[in-house]
Design a protein around this ligand. Structure first.
Ligand code: GRG
Length: 290
């Protein structure tokens, strides 16, 4: 298999550059709000979701400039969700990525506005993107709205806050992780595929890949949490909340990570030799340590 690491690194650099282009209000009165947004947007995120979208776009031969707003919007939505998740009335986390959480530095009021401001900017930049044909833009924005709403991240967060605990059953846990984690992988792939004018069958394959990748990613997260310390993983561990490692044990979880990765790779068989970068992405995530 070709060495895809230089391609992945170059893709991430592209996202960093484009994110900076989309950011930055010059209004002096908003200085602290922009600082708060930038604090979370540039604090060492792995940029996996935009990377996935760029890889899917490549698969359908989409030029980079047509994917830039989507890739950045996905990272903005992800970052907005992290800022909100850490608030005291949500997950109440004091640290994120090994640094104080946004609200610890800027206060809950500013952090809340930073999250909503960043979320809204995600939609703004896609809607303002003249590279995208209007019909596909409408479909993409519809998917992004659905991703965040009550049937998406918000619903997942609600069930996590109100129904989770060490005793929860596997279907509740799966609901939470589908709606908090996997769904953003699914949407990252499907929106890029829509921009690439993919067929319904191709979009379904990418979504199945994204769903499995998302589950593998989350189960691995729980494994890393269960073995690690707050210092190592850069955030509080919440061992009282219940997770895959507590429900199934570490050995079964390792097997589940492998099974979901295999299922992800199987889902994209229909792309033949064009699926190599997606296979490499799945394998790279399998090996991650943070
Ligand atoms: C305001 C968009 C928005 C949503 C409201 C708060 C909320 C509803 C949802 C929270 C969703 C959430 C924080 C899920 C956690 C998903 C997850 C596995 C995050 C870690 O992803 P990584 O490891 O993070 O890719 P980095 O730090 O690399 O960016």
């Amino acid at each position: 298999m070709e060495d895809v690491l230089p391609y992945f690194n170059e893709s991430k650099s592209y996202v960093e550059t484009k994110l900076k282009e989309y950011m930055g209000s010059t209004e002096p009165l908003l200085k602290v709000l922009e600082e708060s947004i930038n604090y979370s947007l540039y604090s060492g995120g792995k940029r996996i979701r935009p990377l996935f979208a760029l890889v899917v776009g490549d698969l359908f031969g989409v030029s980079r400039n047509k994917l830039a707003s989507l890739a950045c919007a996905l990272e903005m939505i992800h970052t907005a969700s992290l800022i909100m998740d850490d608030l005291p009335n949500m997950d109440d986390a004091k640290t994120r990525r090994g640094r104080p959480a946004n609200h610890v530095i800027y206060g809950q009021d500013v952090a809340t506005l930073a999250s909503i401001g960043l979320l809204t900017r995600a939609y703004e930049i896609v809607l303002a993107d003249n590279e995208l044909p209007p019909d596909r833009k409408t479909r993409v924005v519809g998917k992004l709205a659905n991703l965040v709403g009550t049937e998406g991240l918000v619903g997942g967060q609600f069930v996590d806050l109100k129904c989770s605990g060490p005793e929860m059953d596997s279907s509740t846990l799966e609901y939470i992780h589908h709606h908090k984690t996997a769904i953003l992988f699914v949407a990252s792939g499907s929106t890029a595929a829509i921009i690439g004018n993919a067929s319904d069958e191709e979009i379904a394959a990418i979504e199945e890949y994204g769903r499995n990748l998302g589950f593998a990613f989350q189960i691995l997260d729980d494994l890393l949490d269960s073995a690690g310390s707050t210092e190592k993983v850069g955030k509080p561990l919440h061992r009282d909340r219940g997770n895959f490692a507590m429900l199934y044990g570490r050995d079964k979880c390792r097997q589940l990570v492998q099974d979901h990765t295999n299922a992800a790779i199987k889902a994209i068989e229909l792309f033949g030799g064009r699926n190599q970068k997606l296979i490499a992405l799945g394998r790279m995530l399998l090996k991650r340590k943070s």
